[in-house]
Design a protein around this ligand. Sequence first.
Ligand SMILES: [Zn+2]
Length: 295
Amino acid sequence: MRWGDFRQSDNIEDRTGGGFGGGGIRLGLGGIIIAIIASVLFGVNPLEFLGMMEGASPGPAPSTAPPGYGPQTSSPGGASTAQPMSEERRLVGGVLGDTEDVWTAVFRTMNRTYTAPTLVLFNGITQSACGRATAAVGPFYCPGDRKLYLDTAFFRDLAQRFGAPGEFAQGYVIAHEVGHHVQNLLGTMDQFDAQSQRLDARGRNALSVRLELQADCYAGVWGFYAKKRNLLDPGDAEQGLTAAAAVGDDRLQKQTQGTVVPESFTHGSSSQRMTWFKRGFDTGDLANCDTFNAR
Ligand SMILES: [Zn+2]
């Protein structure tokens, strides 16, 4: 399946310097200097300050893409006047657009409204409300600004270092992060935060694994609907499973930045991740993704 041919999501914030937006770069230098000054003057953590600035500058509603970001705002459906869209950008936009369609429909069956997250595509380093995002941290979802952070180098890593090539494998990674957004919307993240504050480090890690496995299951739910619409090629399901196994434990995680980013915790073993992805993929039912009450 060529996900790049799908409806492109409007909720991409391109900070790769590919000609779109550029807000990230501006915030990069000026913001860092201001943040350092602020941290000296007021004793504020500069990363926290950057998060505050980023949240404040585009507008008060973090759940939708701020106007001005993304090529779609200038000419819907037409060619961008900026640089041509990269292959990665198209794939990410297509997968994200499809997760929006699927989760909008799933939420409707629950009499809920799905508000789509923003996906920040970056190169090397950027700022999030959860702190600094680097390629080494791997993709993650920040509940604070409701954004997914994805370094473009990650897909190459996925294929070369983790041995999980293919578009569906890449789609799985995005769908997993969208799964965290779903958890945020459904209140699971808040419950997780409240519960984990009462636990020691070991208990927190165990709880975090359940959070991660549920996101895998939700990624599987997205896969279920892709399969149902005949969007999958032979071998795609295996690709998803391979990716789920490849990102087992903290293989993606070389360094962490504090405890607010769920990705910096343990993710569960490869076989656990495959099991839960498959559970969502086979049934498409959120009720089967209750990892918190599983044995
Ligand atoms: Zn995760």
